[in-house]
Design a protein around this ligand. Structure first.
Ligand code: SAM
Length: 263
């Protein structure tokens, strides 16, 4: 009996295998010495190539209906390690416990929580190669302009994101409503931003700046309980026009802003 795809688990499997899978393998540069983490292996289209190319592949899959299929295919493979769980519940200290490269076509309904979880566990993760909804990849990788959001800044604070290539929706079964994109996040090794501003403080200001996306910075900074004329003069002191919107600020300008507001 063929597998019935479950919408609730975001199950759109890669079936245009040859071309897209070859490209994933090429851009993620998996090496023989790498340990890989694959989130959501599905029926294992990508898993097979990852097993061939690396030292070890840990797969985290939530759907128990896929367990049998995956075990039948790969159980005898010495490099295959299957963790049946919700990825958001996995304790990386217990189940991962070593440096891994993430290569995955993740479930889109939890894209941000997965990215956040991987960043939180950055002591085990330094390179992330994931397939996501095209619009999300554009947002995360935006260097400037309207697509920038708190998620863009959250990723930028910890790593460098890159849009790698687009995958048309027809490459999946069932065919989803949206196109996809493959992107990478490389976690910063010597992180100048963490050294300068703590996570809590950084996110406090990013959230305030984006409080109302249509409003300018002088208005939004008042969400921190600061009077508007004070917010205005502090922004000017940081070399940032108070009429600008948060989406136009680079992460370095955020650093300048925080330095003045916290000073
Ligand atoms: N990698 C496969 C492919 O490319 O054909 C499947 C990708 S499909 C978009 C997402 C996969 O993630 C499915 O296998 C789904 O069951 C699994 N999944 C969904 N929610 C999950 C969760 N919370 N934790 C772990 N896996 C999950």
């Amino acid at each position: 009996m063929s597998f019935k795809h479950k919408k609730k688990f975001g199950q759109n499997f890669l079936t245009d295998q040859g071309e897209v899978l070859a490209k994933i393998m090429e851009v993620s540069g998996v090496e023989a010495d790498d340990a890989i983490l694959e989130i959501g292996p599905g029926e294992g289209a990508l898993t097979e190539l990852l097993l061939e190319a690396s030292r070890k592949v840990t797969c985290i899959e939530i759907d128990t209906d896929l367990e049998k299929i995956l075990r039948r295919k790969y159980e005898s493979h010495p490099k295959f390690n299957l963790v049946m769980s919700d990825v958001l519940e996995v304790d990386f200290d217990e189940k991962i416990g070593e440096k891994v490269k993430v290569v995955a076509n993740i479930p889109y309904y939890i894209t941000s929580p997965i990215i956040n979880k991987l960043i939180e566990n950055r002591k085990y993760v330094d390179e992330i190669y994931i397939m996501v909804q095209k619009e999300v990849a554009e947002r995360v990788c935006a260097k400037s302009g309207r697509e920038r959001s708190t998620l863009t800044l959250a990723v930028e604070y910890f790593g460098e994101a890159e849009y790698l290539f687009t995958i048309p929706k027809e490459a999946f079964t069932p065919v989803p409503k949206v196109d996809s994109a493959f992107m990478s996040i490389k976690i910063r090794k010597d992180n100048p931003y963490i050294d300068k501003v703590s996570e809590d403080v950084f996110f406090k200001y990013v959230k305030a700046a984006f409080f109302n996306k249509r409003k300018n910075l002088a208005n939004n900074m008042t969400s921190l309980g600061i009077a508007k004329d004070i917010a205005k003069s502090k922004l000017e002191e940081a070399g940032i026009a108070p009429t600008r919107r948060a989406e136009t600020l680079s992460i370095d300008e955020f650093m300048d802003l925080i330095e003045v507001f916290e000073g």
